[in-house]
Write a new protein. Structure first.
Length: 271
């Protein structure tokens, strides 16, 4: 039986070495082709890697910022970042379009480098109890973002006003955090927003009257429960046919009957 050293497969080269066919003892075997082989191996990797080099540099900076070698253990310089855990790339452009990190022990603040993933469409940081600090200003550059989920963390600070400039957003979820301050009225300018979830924070002040003027054709979902909101429920909310509206566990006043108007298809109301 022939004993094979190994079989190497390339896109354009196949290399198989049989000791018996070479009629040489293993101890005296010289492999002058090894440097050439490793050259072809490196050349083959460079040709086959899909990940955009700019995105790869950013992701490695994000890994370093989190300082956890285990959760992001697949993130290596020698491998294609489009194959990394938590990452999805666009099939045509090969730019990183999705970063989703769920239920991990990552700690520290949100890396500002996330804002340099300029083609990102989905960002999910979910159930990261050791994630702290504010929502980074650099995220204002994520103009392709459609799904923005940072929830069940310990991030704090204000709901940033720059979110209203991310005009492709369809879902904005910042639930179950420690966010404080008032709700920016400018969020009502988001033309494609279908769901806004700011529940389970420490938000104060009034519900912006502008929320009754959310643009778009779809019936929005609005979650503002379990905060410290006060004042009257804006009458402007009667203008919209919400799919879900949850204002419970706040300090709101006034008559909410206008939300129950005729020809409504609201599925859930919780006051």
């Amino acid at each position: 039986m022939n004993k094979l050293i190994t079989v190497f497969s390339f896109q354009s080269i196949n290399l198989c070495v049989s000791l018996k066919s070479m009629a040489l003892p293993v101890t005296n075997l010289k492999l002058p082709w090894l440097p050439l082989f490793f050259f072809f191996l490196l050349f083959n990797f460079v040709l086959s890697e899909l990940c955009h080099p700019d995105d790869k540099k950013v992701l490695l900076k994000i890994k370093k910022a989190f300082n956890d070698p285990y959760v992001l253990s697949s993130w290596h310089l020698e491998t294609d970042c489009c194959e990394w855990y938590c990452i999805e790339c666009d099939r045509a452009s090969h730019r990183v379009i999705s970063l989703t990190i769920v239920s991990s022990e990552l700690s520290g603040q949100i890396p500002p480098e996330i804002g340099d993933l300029l083609f990102l469409e989905t960002l999910m940081l979910h159930k990261l109890s050791n994630l702290t600090g504010p929502i980074q200003p650099g995220m204002a550059k994520l103009h392709h973002l459609k799904f923005f989920w940072i929830n069940w963390t310990n991030i704090s600070g204000l709901v940033p006003d720059f979110l209203s400039n991310l005009t492709n957003l369809t879902h904005l979820s910042l639930s179950f955090n420690n966010l404080t301050g008032t709700i920016p009225s400018s969020l009502a300018k988001l033309p494609n927003l279908g769901a806004l979830q700011l529940d389970r924070n420490k938000l104060t002040g009034q519900i912006p009257n502008s929320f009754g003027y959310l643009p778009g054709d779809q019936a929005p979902s609005l979650y503002l429960s379990h905060n410290q909101l006060s004042g009257k429920i804006p009458p402007s909310l009667s203008r919209l046919n919400f799919t879900v509206i949850d204002l419970s566990q706040n300090k709101l006043e006034g008559n909410a009957s206008m939300i129950f108007g005729e020809n409504r298809t609201i599925q859930i109301i919780d006051l």
